[in-house]
Design a protein around this ligand. Structure first.
Ligand SMILES: [Zn+2]
Length: 228
């Protein structure tokens, strides 16, 4: 199904209340990185085009930002390998290779896209006990709740009603962010070709799940066409 971005929805003045959220475009999530997303580098050039356009008056980026003793690292669990799954606080948790450790090269935003216009960078998963796929809420903590990152409050304070999401990885941080943003009452659109998945077979179920939750999907071409 071709994604729809109608002229009415994306033209002015709606743009005033619209933000772009760029998820985790960090060295470690790019090919060659500690948790490289296949073909993740292919989003860099089109993302640069989008960031240097004036389509979005507010742009927010996220950074996965773990301490070395983070619970999501397989290396912090006895006899576990990256990609193993465990039950953590009553929910399934994938264990990852060490990645995006605070202050390291791998945690840096890739310098290809021009980040100059980004108003805020939200760092997530700083708590060693709790992962955070979503930019809106952390995964479950030891008390079984998902603490907010504060981003929803920031966006609401900026009177944002609609969010476009793109970045890495589609099947984890982008998907969770989009779904949480829906739960927070935002209209949410994923820019499909500005995302790549860790699991290349994930596209189909992610598209299905997003549609079921009311998340719209567009291409970058749709978006540029709609705001022309
Ligand atoms: Zn992480």
């Amino acid at each position: 199904m071709r994604a729809k971005a109608t002229k009415e929805r994306t033209s002015l003045p709606d743009q005033e209340f619209t933000a772009l959220l760029v998820v985790d475009v960090q060295y470690d999530f790019l090919p060659g990185g500690a948790l490289g997303v296949p073909d993740g580098d292919q989003i860099l050039a089109p993302l640069s085009r989008l960031l240097s356009s004036n389509v979005f008056p507010l742009i927010v980026a996220t950074q996965d930002w773990h301490p070395p003793n983070h619970v999501s690292f397989a290396s912090n669990h006895r006899d576990k390998q990256p990609m193993d799954r465990i039950m953590l606080y009553g929910h399934e948790q994938t264990l990852w290779p060490d990645h995006c450790i605070q202050g390291t090269h791998g945690a840096k935003l890739h310098p290809g896209p021009d980040w100059t216009k980004v108003a805020a960078i939200i760092r997530k998963a700083l708590d060693p006990t709790t992962d955070s796929y979503s930019a809106i809420r952390n995964n479950w903590n030891p008390r079984g709740v998902r603490p907010p990152t504060g981003l929803a409050g920031y966006l609401k304070n900026r009177r944002i009603e609609r969010i476009f999401v793109c970045g890495l990885a589609l099947d984890f941080c982008v998907k969770w962010t989009a779904e949480d943003a829906i739960d927070e009452g935002f209209e949410v659109t994923v820019i499909w070709d500005l995302c790549r998945a860790i699991d290349s077979s994930a596209s189909e179920y992610v598209r299905h799940d997003l549609a079921e939750r009311g998340v719209e999907v567009v291409t970058l071409a749709d978006l540029f066409e709609a705001v022309k």
